[in-house]
Design a protein around this ligand. Structure first.
Ligand code: COA
Ligand code: AMP
Length: 631
């Protein structure tokens, strides 16, 4: 097939293109309206169709005769467990869990929160909710109770599903006390907390709202799949925005299923029956789309991996998993490869495994630097394909669509626009920029199926964040440029969102927390370059006049405050005291300038700066602390 022709078909007649793709799914009721619009002139896909994600992921394959094939492999180096589940086994547990949730009073249209480590039960919980039309919101296990409470208050779950503990390399993390603490902090009180006791030795305090996971599953009848409208919200996934409050991305059902099926075939080139491994976490969008729903809908075996690329037990883990389970397609973040490369620069571990099963390596979540790509392809002779997407899109927007036509890889570029995405580069005034010029990455509406429908109960923020800046276009929040051949290069966020080890975090949220410290008069948190994690946050703090707190004490307290409020995953380790922060005359902190100074890249001092002398002060301080490029 020819990429150019196929892509053009998707742009010139989106309704026809996506109707063909939607027809590849088993709908309970096929849609008669393919593409319509909501009050915001925003696309609505397959409005009157009815289907069920859990049915497509499990029951359909059993009906087609594949019930005894492996649906999920759980590989957990941290508990030294490998367990395989057939489609029949997954369906039985999921249907019983769904029956159990119904017995707790849940019904179609309710919401639930899932706060679990990387265990198969996390995917069972997602599928069980999807089975009965309960909109789930998975919260990444690395988030602290405060973050969990914010999400509970926003999506108001009727039930929380959790586990007794997770394991972070060599540290047992007791989840249940974190959930209890979040419930004390939250105003909304869910009726029940379903707790899976992993019996790993963690403290599991009992509360009146607790329900035992195993008792619930084994004491319940199997529930059937409920037909759901295409526009039924399958999940809410919170992601960082430019304020302290996370944004609840809402995903539909029919558009999502269509897009996932399409992407498994045309982007990932994954053949049903093969093993597909996305080494992420179900708490992120990659986990939703390519650990849980995508591979299962495509009848791939999916891998639930409870470990890290290094230290569980060493940098050979990824290669062991690929060889042992015959992984055909793998997906991870460049930071994972950088971590492996640091521990095993010559690829000695790689040589110990037969990786002939591996056909393609996909990379996403952050910019993939050329050195990482080169190191990978030098040691593993399969295409390493960068691709770009966001929690909002739910599936890739820029890629090398190898299931259509494998195009040459251009290092540094995430590839070309994926079918359905008319990606353009705009200037500040909304004019399309010529090849080579950097600007805002925008997408002409309509977006294809599967992308965000709205923000949960906040349509105004949805419009303000994505649609109002350039009417008729979706504003991605990323900057980038296109070359003459249509390859797109993503240069990074243009807002206050940073990307730390493939995790999306808000500096605005960190600033709110840092400012809450009693000694802090004002602060700026910026993302600076980091060799391993891509970016890490750095807090620059001005202390209240007359406050005599010493710098190491303040650093210690602020680091702890951020860990306590957001979680360790925020990775804020550096706090620097400064006399003043550079500002415009109207009082806006010049964060981009701070970032450029610390990263040692060329910068221009804006003419609107209030006092140019501050620049020299900042340079002196970062030099003294040996931070960023001044190391
Ligand atoms: N529960 C509790 N704590 C967690 C957690 C979880 N699920 N995930 C991470 N953390 C903690 C870590 O233990 C660490 O704590 P520490 O500061 O006390 O050591 C902190 O949060 C930062 O974690 P992380 O960013 O993962 O750093 P790391 O140094 O532990 O590991 C990498 C570095 C590169 C190995 C790791 O970040 C990685 O595997 N990255 C790939 C990310 C990825 O797949 N992202 C998904 C997008 S596709
Ligand atoms: P998330 O919503 O957590 O998936 O984060 C999305 C953000 O990660 C994007 O807006 C980009 O800034 C960044 N990102 C994801 N994939 C890539 C990529 N392949 N290249 C560059 N940046 C990426």
């Amino acid at each position: 097939m020819n990429y150019k022709v196929f892509y053009q078909e998707s742009i010139s007649n989106p309704a026809k293109f996506w109707e063909t793709e939607a027809n590849k799914l088993d709908w309970f009721s096929k849609p008669s309206t393919i593409l319509s619009k909501d009050d915001n002139d925003y696309p609505v896909w397959f409005k009157d169709g009815e289907l069920n994600l859990c049915y497509l992921a499990l029951d359909k394959h059993i009906q087609d005769g594949y019930g005894d094939e492996i649906a999920i492999i759980y590989d957990s180096p941290v508990t030294q467990t490998i367990k395989k589940y057939t489609f029949n086994q997954v369906k039985e547990e999921v249907a019983k869990l769904a029956g159990g949730l119904l017995s707790l009073g849940l019904k179609k249209g309710d919401t639930s929160v899932i706060y679990m480590p990387m265990i198969p039960e996390a995917t069972f919980a997602m599928l069980a909710c999807a089975r009965i039309g309960v909109t789930h919101s998975v919260v990444f296990g690395g988030f602290a109770p405060h973050e969990l409470a914010i999400r509970i208050d926003d999506c108001k779950p009727r039930v929380i599903l959790t586990a007794s503990s997770g394991i972070e390399i060599d540290r047992l993390i007791a989840y249940k006390p974190l959930v209890d603490e979040a419930l004390e902090l939250a105003e909304h009180k869910p009726k029940k907390v379903v707790v899976l006791n992993r019996k790993l030795g963690a403290r599991v305090p009992f509360k009146k709202y607790d329900v035992d996971y195993h008792a619930l599953v084994y004491g319940s009848e199997e529930a059937a799949c409920v037909p759901l409208k295409s526009t039924h919200p399958s999940y809410i996934l919170y992601t960082s925005g430019t304020t302290g409050k996370p944004k609840g991305i809402v995903r539909d059902t029919g558009g999502y299923a269509t897009a996932l099926k399409f992407s498994m075939e045309y982007i990932y080139n994954a053949k049903p029956g093969e093993v597909f491994w996305a080494a992420s976490d179900v708490g992120w969008v990659v986990g939703h789309s390519y650990i849980a729903y995508g591979p299962l809908i495509n009848r791939n075996t999916t891998l639930v991996f409870e470990g890290k690329p290094i230290r569980t037990p060493d940098a050979s883990t990824f290669w062991r998993v690929i060889a042992e389970h015959k992984v055909a397609t793998m997906f991870t973040a460049p930071t994972a490869i950088r971590a492996i490369k640091k521990e095993d620069p010559n690829g000695d571990f790689i040589k110990q495994y037969d990786l002939s099963c591996l056909r393609t390596q996909f990379l996403a979540g952050e910019r993939c630097d050329v050195a990482t790509l080169d190191w990978y392809t030098k040691h593993i002779p399969v295409p390493a394909i960068d691709h770009w997407w966001q929690t909002e899109s739910g599936w890739p927007m820029i890629a090398n669509m190898i299931g259509v036509e494998q195009l040459p890889v251009k290092p540094g570029s995430a590839g070309k626009s994926v079918c359905g995405y008319d990606i353009q580069i705009f200037s500040e005034n909304g004019e399309e920029l010529p090849a080579g010029e950097e600007g805002y990455v925008v997408i002409k509406l309509p977006l294809p199926p599967g992308t965000l429908m709205d923000l949960w109960k906040d349509n105004e923020r949805f419009k303000a964040g994505y649609l109002n800046k350039f009417p008729g276009y979706y504003f991605s929040g990323d900057g980038g440029y296109k070359d003459e051949d249509g390859y797109i290069y993503i240069t990074g966020r243009v807002d206050d969102v940073i990307n730390v080890a493939g995790h999306r975090l808000s500096t605005a949220e960190m600033e709110e927390i840092v400012s809450s410290h009693h000694s802090v008069a004002e602060c700026a948190v910026v993302g600076i370059n980091d060799e391993l994690k891509g970016q890490i946050p750095l807090a620059l703090v001005v202390v209240k006049s007359g406050d005599s707190i010493v710098s190491f004490q303040l650093e210690y307290e602020i680091v702890h405050l951020v860990r306590e409020q957001i979680g360790a995953v925020a990775s804020l380790k550096n706090v620097v005291l400064v006399q003043r922060l550079p500002k415009t005359r109207s009082g806006k902190i010049l964060r981009k300038l701070l970032r450029q100074i610390i990263d040692g890249v060329e910068y221009q001092i804006p003419s609107t700066i209030d006092d140019v002398a501050i620049i020299d002060e900042i340079v002196e301080v970062v030099k003294e602390h040996k931070i960023g490029s001044f190391k």
